[in-house]
Design a protein around this ligand. Structure first.
Ligand SMILES: Cc1cc2nc3c(=O)[nH]c(=O)nc-3n(C[C@H](O)[C@H](O)[C@H](O)COP(=O)(O)OP(=O)(O)OC[C@H]3O[C@@H](n4cnc5c(N)ncnc54)[C@H](O)[C@@H]3O)c2cc1C
Ligand SMILES: *[C@@H]1O[C@H](CO)[C@@H](O)[C@H](O)[C@H]1NC(C)=O
Ligand SMILES: *[C@@H]1O[C@H](CO)[C@@H](O)[C@H](O)[C@H]1NC(C)=O
Length: 579
């Protein structure tokens, strides 16, 4: 059985060595000079490249100042991007035009200063999350919030509102732990065309700067609050999803870092009981999340190849078998939790906050090992997927959303197997924020990944179901998109959802009056400009269909109404005889 082969290969495949991700910027020299930028998946939502006339790699704050000064003087457009460009939508893309300059922070990463008495850490914006956490932990302290993926930079992660999971204290979003930010912004000629703003809690501009989508200036330094070092105790409870709509709230209240992974096709919910314990508690565990471990390239390739085959054959049962195999394996290895550096021996897994809060072992290279990589590495024909992340304002809307998804699931649970092959629906928690582009109330975040076809015009199996869930979230329940993820449809009407957008715009007028840091994508998202709906646009989430041609009539996919959320418009397959 191919699936057993999978499981065996997958088991053999995990190692901590890998080829590192590719650099996201490629430049050409010669007669046509210029650079292209990709996200970490190697392709943007619309599959169109973005360009810059050149890229600069500053190493000091003085260099940031002269870059901004020169751009202000010559009216050049600027955009900052981190070493790996992990934001999926096009926020890091410079404005279209022939004089855009990309500022990479890949070499702006030398300073990390821990203030032990003041319980803060100040880092250059290009510092990687893992380096920051290691320095903090070495000083006996802990950073409380972090995204689950450690391959991000300090400046980049706060700029899109990255988060882990917590309704306690300051909450799960990292930008809510920001104490101050130093930002380099354009200035007048007498000021030398650029200046550094030191923004702390006494300055309202901090509420704009701590989640800025890269549109205000270059973040130079970020100061984050810390707490005395602690450990975490994690137990995963694989159970059924009965009552999920009632228990998620109490779960979040009972467990400081709790989350829930919901596999709808299996009627299964995995409750992460995740609590702070004293540093003196015994345990040297690590959380090396299985999805972020390096895999043998051949395994990633064969997983992708099987998915392609099942898609082509419209083999839903095959997808369900694949999901079962993966979920069983995850249960067996506790999602990558380890009681020591080597293996999982039983719950609870207890370890230092720094080893439990985030992971990404596929990032690290050993020059001797070229057989392993992150599963989505664009060079290997491995996993290729969309990610939808919806942020629900308040508990009641999320409750109703779960009920709706269950109703849709109950029509045919197998339709959710494609999502369950990935991580099902990951449910996390973040607290109310003062950031203008953050969440004004305690919120629930749900993430799900699903197959993306090699070609833009190829429809997906059960594509209608994923589209219906997506529209339930963003339209019916008015959920907001995570800025760092999502397909274009999720950003529709964002301006209406963010009541403080006007304050953000006012701050931008002060900090970047000439819009050097604006881009076509950020303008379109924040201020709206309706693109034309083209043939097949709904297949890739570039539009919601309103005509059959937005789907793929030639492949039997027509624009139809939702099954549970009747107002949804989705691309659904129908047998040739019926159409
Ligand atoms: C595999 C994977 C897992 C993820 N897991 C999570 C998760 O668990 N939780 C979560 O919330 N998110 C998650 N994300 C999303 C990720 O955290 C965000 O997209 C994050 O913003 C990426 O950070 P980066 O350093 O790569 O920034 P980039 O993608 O390089 O940049 C992000 C934005 O910030 C701007 N920017 C970057 N640096 C600066 C600077 N110095 N000054 C001004 N602007 C700047 C850029 O212009 C861009 O607009 C995940 C992403 C991936 C690919
Ligand atoms: C400043 O910008 C001009 C105009 O694009 C460019 O020719 C020059 O090289 C830039 N100078 C520096 C120091 O980047
Ligand atoms: C797991 O969850 C089930 C159902 O909610 C509960 O009965 C059981 O006690 C839980 N197990 C642990 C170890 O918490």
């Amino acid at each position: 059985m191919a699936l057993f082969l999978f499981l065996t290969l997958w088991t053999l495949a995990t190692t901590t060595l890998a080829i590192p991700p590719p650099p996201p910027i490629q430049c050409t020299t010669g007669t046509t000079t210029g650079c292209t930028l990709h996200n970490s998946y190697g392709i943007w939502g619309d599959r169109k490249d973005c360009f810059a006339s050149k890229v600069v790699h500053p190493t000091t704050q003085d260099q940031l100042l002269s870059i901004v000064a020169n751009a202000t003087k010559h009216k050049l457009k600027l955009k900052v991007v981190s070493k790996f460009s992990h934001t999926i939508p096009k926020f890091a893309c410079p404005a279209i035009g022939d004089s855009s300059v990309l500022v990479s922070t890949d070499k702006y990463n030398s300073n990390i200063h821990v203030n032990v008495d003041g319980l803060t850490v100040t880092a250059d914006a290009g510092v990687g999350l893992r380096d920051l956490i290691n320095k903090v932990e070495d000083a006996g302290l802990s950073l409380v919030a972090a995204p689950y993926w450690e391959g991000v930079s300090v400046g980049g992660l706060i700029s899109t509102g990255s988060h882990g999971s917590s309704w306690w204290g300051k909450g799960g979003a990292v930008h809510d732990h920001v104490v101050s930010i130093d930002m380099v912004v354009p200035a007048t000629e007498t000021e030398g065309f650029a200046k550094i703003l030191h923004l702390d809690a006494t300055n309202e501009l901090l509420n704009a700067a701590k989640l800025s989508l890269g549109t205000l200036g270059i973040i130079s330094k970020v100061t984050l609050s810390l707490e005395k070092g602690f450990k975490r105790s994690i137990t995963l409870n694989f159970t059924d999803d009965t009552g999920l709509e009632d228990t998620f709230t109490s779960h979040a209240k009972a467990h400081e870092f709790g989350d829930i992974t919901w596999y709808p096709s299996k009627h299964m919910a995995v409750y992460r009981h995740d609590d702070r314990v004293a540093l003196t508690t015994k345990g040297d565990g690590t959380n090396d999340f299985i999805g972020f471990q390096s895999n043998l390239i051949v395994v990633s390739k064969s997983t992708r190849a099987s998915e392609n085959t099942l898609e082509k054959a419209k083999n839903v049962k095959g997808k369900c078998a694949m999901a079962s195999t993966f979920i069983s394996y995850k249960k067996l290895v506790a999602n990558g939790l380890r009681n020591n550096n080597l293996i999982f021996t039983g719950y609870p897994v207890i370890g230092r906050q720094g080893k439990m809060q985030t992971s990404g072992s596929c990032l690290y290279s050993a020059s001797s090992d070229i057989a392993n990589a992150c599963a989505w590495d664009p060079r290997i024909n491995g996993l290729f997927f969309y990610e939808t992340t919806a942020i629900f304002q308040g508990v009641d809307k999320f409750k109703d959303f779960i009920r709706d998804v269950k109703e849709l699931r109950d029509l045919n649970p197998d339709n959710f197997c494609g999502v369950d092959i990935y991580n099902g629906l990951l449910i996390r928690f973040i607290k109310a924020s003062t950031a203008y582009l953050g969440q004004p109330v305690d919120s629930v975040v749900v993430d799900f990944n699903y197959y993306r076809a090699d070609s833009a015009m190829t429809p997906r199996l059960n594509q209608d179901v994923m589209e219906e869930v997506e529209q339930m979230a963003f339209v019916k329940y008015g959920a907001r998109p995570h800025w760092g993820k999502n397909r274009k449809v999720a950003f529709s009407k964002v301006a209406e959802k963010y009541k403080s957008l006007n304050k953000f715009v006012a701050a931008k007028k002060k900090m970047d009056p000439q819009n050097l840091f604006s881009s076509d994508w950020s303008d379109e998202v924040l201020f709206g400009s309706k693109g034309e709906n083209f043939d097949g646009c709904a297949l890739e989430g570039e539009c919601v269909c309103s005509e059959h041609r937005h789907c793929s009539p030639s492949n039997g996919y027509f624009c139809q109404y939702g099954l549970v959320y009747k107002e949804a418009r989705v691309c659904r397959y129908s047998q040739p005889s019926q159409s």
